[in-house]
Structure formats: C-alpha cells, structure tokens
Design a protein around this ligand. Structure first.
Ligand code: ADP
Length: 202
C-alpha cells in the first residue's frame, strides 16, 4: 500500500521545488489518502477548486489557486458561462504544477437535507470530469467548509462516501489516487475520524 510519503519519494507526487512537502497524515489503501497543506503546490493530474457559480475567482482556496495559476486561468473561466451549484467544470492549470483544475461549486450550507445532495453531486461531477480527462491523481480541498459554512465532519462524510461510491463504479477504476488536501486542523481532524470508517485501514 503506497503511502503519500512513498509517493513523494518515488516522484509520483511532488511539491514545487522551493516548498516543504505537505505533512503526510494517513494512507488507508492504494486509492485514497489525506494530507495537510496548500493544494496549489501539488503536482497531481488535477486539483479541485472550491469555486463559486460565477467562476469569477474569490477568496479562500479559490484565491490561492487563481494567484498561483496566473491571470490566464480567470480568463478561461470567464468563457465557461458559470457553473451550477453541485456541478463542476474543467480548465487548464497555467502556472500551477498540476495539469488541470476542476472548478466545483459546493452549496452554501443550509440544512443537511438540502446541502448534502449538492455537495455529493459536486464531488461526483468532479470525479467524472477527472476520469473523462484521464486525470488519474486528483486532489480535493474540503469544499464548502470555509465561507460556505458546511460543518467539517458532515462535509467529510459526504465527500468520502461519494469518493467511495465512485471508485466502485466502472468509470472510477481509471482513478489511481484521490488526495483529500486539508488546510485547517478542524478538517484534518474530521477526515482522521471519518476516513477509516469508510475506507478501513488495510
Ligand atoms: P467554500 O466557499 O467552498 O467554503 P473556501 O475557499 O472558503 O470555499 O474553503 C474551502 C476549504 O479550502 C476550506 O476548508 C479552507 O480551509 C480550504 N483552503 C483554503 N486555502 C487552501 C489552500 N491553499 N489549499 C487547500 N485548502 C485550502
């Protein structure tokens, strides 16, 4: 079972040259792992952005991605006509070390009943886009848990369950590594608690 640190050592995943490697936290099986750090540094096939419906850029992880990618990313986003909540669109990555950016629009948290299907749908759509575009390694931030106010543990459960169901489907077989890239301790803790319940450590 390759851990995230062994993937870094083997060169399958790399951070950009001047950055320290994100701290590996847990690897549960060959397909999913969590790390804590800045998603913009990951040399994966695709990183997922927590975007807004206008795809106009913003704060949080979106701001970090736009800054690191350079102004051409926002120009490409402007040609896409926005994106519905619960859906996602794919672009180039410009100055980022990854190959593609998948812009997923999570819900502004309302009730679990209303928000969970939308959050799960944006993970599902992102995973489909990754598979369709031959992106085998995909990193997700904790979508909707920042300014959109989704409680971290509920968001982690929805994300992890959706990834689990997707990996079981034929189209999910193409994906090799899903990285949950968390930034804040609250999300790191939520994933540490919930990931082993869905993907038991082997
Ligand atoms: P949303 O509007 O979907 O809540 P935010 O950008 O406010 O989007 O937050 C989404 C998540 O991204 C939060 O968990 C936040 O802590 C995290 N985040 C912020 N910056 C980064 C980054 N550079 N890399 C990874 N995650 C980040």
């Amino acid at each position: 079972i390759p851990s995230i640190s062994s993937l870094y050592r083997s060169g399958e995943l790399r951070s950009s040259p001047r950055e320290d490697l994100p701290t590996p936290i847990q690897g549960f099986n060959d397909k999913v792992c969590t790390i804590q750090g800045d998603i913009t540094k990951l040399q994966v096939d695709a990183i997922v952005n927590a975007a807004n419906r206008g795809l106009r850029g913003g704060g949080g992880v979106d701001g970090a991605i736009q800054r690191a990618a350079g102004p051409q990313l926002l120009k490409e986003c402007a040609t896409l006509g926005g994106c519905e909540t619960g859906s996602a669109k794919i672009t180039g990555a410009y100055n980022l070390p990854c190959n593609k950016v998948i812009h997923a629009v999570g819900p502004i948290f309302d009730s679990l009943e209303k928000s969970e299907p939308l959050l799960r749908s944006c993970y599902r759509k992102s995973l489909s886009l990754a598979a369709e575009n031959d992106c085998k390694t995909v990193a997700f931030p904790a979508i909707s848990t920042g300014v959109y106010g989704y409680p971290s543990k509920d968001a982690a459960l929805a994300a992890i369950r959706e990834v689990y169901s997707f990996l079981k489907k034929p189209e999910g077989q193409k994906l090799e590594k899903i990285i949950f890239c968390n930034f804040l301790d609250k999300d790191v803790e939520a994933y540490a608690q919930i990931l082993p319940t869905v993907f038991p450590p082997t």
